[in-house]
Design a protein around this ligand. Structure first.
Ligand code: BGC
Length: 726
């Protein structure tokens, strides 16, 4: 560091252009950064951030909405490693992904880039992608840190969220990834968090990220997220991307004493450390296009979710007359719009992959009615035993940069479905959408629904693999499909206005809301069918150490085909009046089994899995008492349960004058001191129960006002006694 001038150090803390860091002489090369997250968007030299669609071809793997639905961390790791191989071949040092924001609302335009409404699942899948990317020495960039859950006003809006929800919902995925996968870089988000821009939020970028979680990498800005470079550096942001040409401001701030040089040294040092880390990355001439396409197909196959399959209409049978209806079968929607847009190396469509059966486009993608097209579709469906109806959201409906306002499919598509359902007895709907779409209005017209999300460049052939039964579906929902938009917990608080979005639903995001209230949903979190059946048996849950438990269960394939089951583990708190989400996902395992085969699945739980964030303690709190472990096939399909007990962490909040009588009595030393004082006074147990209940909520200091002999001095004495300073 000492051999760098002030100007050189300042230059290291911003890029040299849209996709490169700044080189210094021979010793410090420029690093190349590229989107991310599900394929490389490597632009020609000097590319501009908005030059979407003109990057060099790269494999378009399934976006996170789909990869997440595979519930397969090993697969996610392999996809990450394939991304790294392409990055190496394209000279990319850091891949700008994965995106691990929580799906707070189905309306978020960027939900296709995120994994789930659940932080555990998001964290596990995100960590797997990071370790995959970094397995070849390429850096990953976990984004968008943090609380970037909407696109509306994303560069200014303040996400106003309470600390407990931050800690339990919005931060844990980042935390897991930082602790377990050690990403080289993190990208801060555009938005403000409780009023402070992420890019200059010291609490977020330094206290939480580095001091608590031990992050030792580099924090870069989202593209254009810096508003005040000096404040950003002081908060812990190391690299401004792309450059705004303000390095001189940094130099001047150091010279004038406004910015300690040590702060600049830290940031520049982290850039140098990143250069050192990626120095050893592998380098390849190219990659095996076929092998990566095949991996994209495997991942897509693992991602599609079979929501419904009445009468086992799927898989298709030999000899059936099949019609394919819907432009999306021929012109697939396989990725989302915005910075993650990849130019694929090739593109499969389902219609061709199915061997070009009878086809009718049925509707226009621009949503304009076209009676001719629907007539042709009805004719094709009338001549078929089974009609595959491909429906979904057109490209213009969802993208980075804006949010949706509805979760309905285009009206022309729903109208078409109704028409073809009248003439063909067996309808299979195949969906293509990045954000959840409602099925409630039309699902009665379909015997089967295969939710295909956005499946990447090999999605078409993957769908054919599943429809024909060459493979069994194995995806599971990573987000609840609600009956109506109005049922969504954030509905009244999304996307906010006047510069603020209030996270009024708190921790009750997704199934944490629906399941706590036992509210009806179209399809629950974790749901997904396949072509076989599984039973669960021999649940064994036991304590293995101090606040450590093991959970084991046997899963058996009792059907006739090889298939996968996703075994889900929830910890549950059955409270009459809920004070926390009724249950939360804490483990999952995807197992592939031949008919008749069984596997013993094992999970480990720790205190953190049952902990809640305590605002007063500024830390995690583990209560003593019992809790339930639930093992099942979705959040609403729990097969086995067992009760466990925690001794708790023994923490008792310190007592003071304003602690209530109830709090004093619940506190071990407090109750001892109080009972000693009250010796001889009428027993608490003989007090009128209603009066006692009333008294329990009164701060001790307030009893002095009621003239029952407990003076202010006595209360002070009690406080001093329990604190050990009396
Ligand atoms: C997006 C990031 C992306 C960056 C560079 C931003 O608009 O939010 O996810 O990595 O652009 O393209």
């Amino acid at each position: 560091m000492t051999d760098l001038t002030l100007e050189e150090k300042a230059s290291l803390t911003s890029g040299s252009d849209t996709w490169h860091t700044t080189p210094v002489g021979e010793a410090v090369p420029a690093l190349t950064l590229s989107d991310g997250p599900h394929g490389l968007r490597r632009q020609a030299e000097q590319g501009d951030a908005l030059g979407l669609g003109n990057s060099v071809p790269a494999t378009c793997f399934p976006p996170a909405v789909a990869l997440g639905s595979s519930w397969d961390a090993h697969l996610a790791h392999r996809v990450g490693a394939a991304l790294a191989r392409e990055a190496c071949a394209l000279g990319v040092d850091v891949v700008l992904g994965p995106g691990v924001n929580i799906k707070r609302s189905p309306l978020c335009g960027r939900n296709f880039e995120y994994f789930s409404e659940d932080p555990h699942l998001t964290g596990v899948m995100g960590a797997a992608v990071v370790t995959g990317i970094q397995s070849l020495g390429v850096g990953a960039c976990v984004k968008h840190f943090a609380v970037n859950n909407q696109e509306t006003d994303r560069m200014r809006v303040s996400a106003d969220v309470d600390e407990q929800s931050l800690r339990e919902i919005y931060l844990p995925a980042f935390e897991r990834i930082v602790r377990e996968a050690k990403p080289y870089t993190v990208m801060c988000s555009y938005n403000r968090i409780n009023g402070v821009h992420a890019s200059q939020n010291r609490w977020l970028l330094t206290e939480v990220l580095r001091e608590e979680w031990g992050f030792d990498g580099l924090v870069m800005s989202d593209w254009g997220a810096v508003n005040d470079r000096v404040a950003a550096l002081e908060a812990g942001l190391d690299l401004e991307m792309p450059p705004t040409g303000t390095d001189e401001e940094i130099v001047e701030a150091v010279r004038s004493g406004r910015l300690p040089e040590a702060v600049l040294d830290l940031a520049a040092g982290r850039l140098l450390e990143l250069v050192r880390r990626v120095e050893g990355r592998a380098s390849f001439e190219g990659w095996d296009l076929d092998a990566h396409h095949e991996l994209a197909r495997e991942a897509a196959r693992a991602a599609a979710v079979l929501l419904k399959n009445d009468g086992d209409v799927l898989p298709l049978r030999q000899g059936q007359r099949v019609a394919v209806v819907g432009e999306l079968a021929r012109t697939p929607r396989y990725q989302g719009g915005g910075s993650s847009h990849v130019v694929p190396t090739r593109l499969d469509n389902a219609w061709e992959a199915l061997g070009r059966p009878a086809f009718a486009a049925g509707y226009r993608l621009d949503g304009q009615p076209d009676a001719g097209l629907s007539r042709e579709a009805v004719a094709a469906a009338s001549a078929a035993d089974v009609t595959l109806v491909f429906l979904g959201l057109p490209e213009a409906a969802e993208s980075e940069g804006f949010d949706r306002t509805t979760i309905e499919l285009p009206a022309v598509q729903v109208a078409l479905l109704r028409e073809v359902a009248e003439v063909c007895p067996k309808i299979v709907v195949v969906l293509a959408n990045g954000g959840v779409v409602s099925v409630a209005e039309w699902q009665e017209h379909a015997s089967a629904i295969l939710e295909g999300w956005l499946l990447g460049q090999a999605g078409g052939s993957a769908l054919a693999d599943l429809l024909t039964g060459a493979h069994s579906p194995s995806g599971r929902l990573t987000e609840t499909i609600p009956n109506r938009l109005a049922d969504v917990p954030s509905h009244l608080h999304f996307p906010g206005g006047d510069g603020h979005v209030r996270y009024g639903e708190g921790r009750y995001v997704g199934y944490r809301h629906y399941d706590t209230l036992d509210a009806d949903v179209a399809y629950p979190f974790g749901h997904g069918l396949t072509y076989s059946r599984f039973t669960y048996s021999d649940l064994d849950a036991r304590e293995t150490g101090s606040d450590e438990w093991s959970v084991e269960v046997t899963v058996t394939n009792t059907g006739e085909r090889f298939a996968h089951e996703v075994v889900q583990l929830y910890v549950a708190f059955d409270e009459e009046r809920p004070s926390r989400p009724r249950h939360e996902l804490r483990g999952f395992a995807k197992v592939g089994l031949e008919p008749g085969d069984s596997e013993r699945v094992r999970f480990a739980l720790s205190g953190r899995d049952i902990a809640q964030w305590s605002v007063s303690r500024k830390g995690w709190r583990i209560d003593a008492g019992s809790f339930t472990v639930e093992v099942g096939a979705s959040s609403r399909d729990i097969r086995l349960r067992a009760e466990l007990t925690s001794r708790g962490d023994g923490y008792a909040a310190p007592l003071d004058r304003m602690s209530t009588l109830g709090e004093w009595l619940a506190h071990p030393e407090g109750s001892r001191a109080l009972k000693q004082l009250l010796q001889g006074a009428p027993g608490l147990d003989r007090t009128d129960p209603a009066l006692l209940r009333l008294a329990m909520g009164i701060p001790l200091a307030k009893f002095a006002t009621f003239g029952i002999g407990l003076t202010s001095e006595v209360v002070d004495g009690l406080v001093a006694a329990v604190r050990g300073d009396g």
